[in-house]
Design a protein around this ligand. Structure first.
Ligand code: SAH
Length: 342
């Protein structure tokens, strides 16, 4: 049993069972969740006898280990490759902005959603991450970088709503006062649009931002880019988003990866206006990050700007995502994929 899997209450019960004073539970919990400890040795004020007793009872404390770091010379973006206890690897990213540092984490080992432009899904799906494996990506990046992490986006490899229970434990843990204590308003979860899960998430009384990967302006076009669109149609997805906003008051953030000649025309912008023009939302345009396995290209700068302009003129909030770490293995899943190929 992993010690970082335990809630503070479970840890308190365990200490009680071991005949330990209550403050030990708090000490250990803080080592894990506030001070980014990466081994028992880090827990300097915890007696060795107790560490041994824990190990005897079958408790381990093994955090995902950083096996590779790439740092961008352009903007300081850092990509991390973590090895998990079963030797699978996942990647995470640290991005430094004026308003604070943001970490992008993975939620699964691989992905089964099959989006055409995405590197993370090329080798399929292996397993879900445990909630503590998601937490530790944030903790260990803060420790390694020495930078306070203020924002977390679940936009790395995997479909977070396909790992729902762990995602919820992760969000609640990360935002809890006794834990890492990041405001839920600074946590974003990105989904390809698992409609029933969006309705479920709307009932959880969370303050997080939901980012929806739209990427197309019609059902037909979306199906070509995202297989999941065959299961949940674009209108169902948008209705779920409307419901999410109505229920939570949290504005939806739409992600729209611009692919030259595929979804970047003025007609696309017009159709997009008809689809979401009535919503209180934000559109994030992402010039597609080309992967060698597919022949998708970014539109030229002029086309990107006129697409943005068109939406702006319709009164839609829209930004172009700044490319970070362009000189390191950019697109999601590429670092992991390269590592596995080696
Ligand atoms: N499964 C979730 C979260 C992971 S992907 C989702 O689908 O939202 C995070 C975002 O990056 C998604 O919007 C995804 O479509 C986008 N993305 C993936 N690969 C990309 C690429 N090569 N170029 C641009 N955007 C990409």
């Amino acid at each position: 049993m992993e010690l970082s899997a335990l809630s503070s209450r479970e840890l308190a019960e365990l200490m009680n069972e071991l005949g330990q004073p209550a403050f030990r539970a708090k000490q250990i919990f803080e080592w894990i969740h506030k001070k980014s400890a990466s081994s028992f040795e880090d827990m300097t004020n915890v007696p060795n006898k107790l560490k041994e007793a824990l190990e005897e009872k079958g408790y381990t404390f093994v955090v995902p280990k950083i096996v590779e770091v790439q740092e961008s010379k352009l903007d300081g973006t850092k990509k991390y490759l973590f090895a998990l206890s079963d030797h699978q690897v996942v990647e995470s990213v640290l991005m430094k902005y004026k308003h604070g540092n943001s970490v992008c984490i993975s939620s699964q080992v691989g992905c089964k959603m099959g989006c055409r432009f995405c590197a993370s899904t090329l080798d399929g799906w292996l397993r879900n991450l445990e909630h503590y494996e998601m937490l530790e990506q944030v903790y260990q990046i803060q420790k390694e970088s020495g930078e306070r992490v203020s924002n977390v986006v679940v936009m790395g490899t995997g479909e977070p709503l396909d790992n729902y229970e762990n995602l919820l434990l992760f969000i609640r843990g990360l935002s809890s006062e006794e834990g890492f204590h990041i405001s839920q308003r600074n946590i974003t979860v990105s989904t390809c649009g698992l409609v029933p899960k969006i309705y479920q998430l709307a009932e959880e009384e969370l303050q997080i931002t939901l980012a929806l990967s739209l990427h197309a302006s019609s059902q037909e076009e979306r199906e070509k880019l995202m297989p999941i669109a065959k299961t949940y149609e674009i209108h169902q997805v948008l209705d779920a988003c409307r419901h999410y906003f109505a229920r939570t008051g949290r504005r939806i953030s739409f992600e729209y990866s611009l692919v030259a000649g595929v979804n970047d025309s003025i007609e696309d912008a017009n159709r997009l206006k008809n689809l979401i023009g009535d919503m209180n939302c934000h559109v994030n345009l992402i010039p597609v990050n080309p992967i060698k396995e597919r022949n998708y290209k970014q539109p030229n700068r002029e086309n990107i700007l006129s697409f943005q302009n068109k939406l702006e003129n319709y009164g839609i909030n829209v930004t172009i995502r700044r490319e970070m770490g362009r000189d390191i293995d950019g697109a999601c899943g590429q670092l992991r994929k390269k590592y596995m190929e080696r």
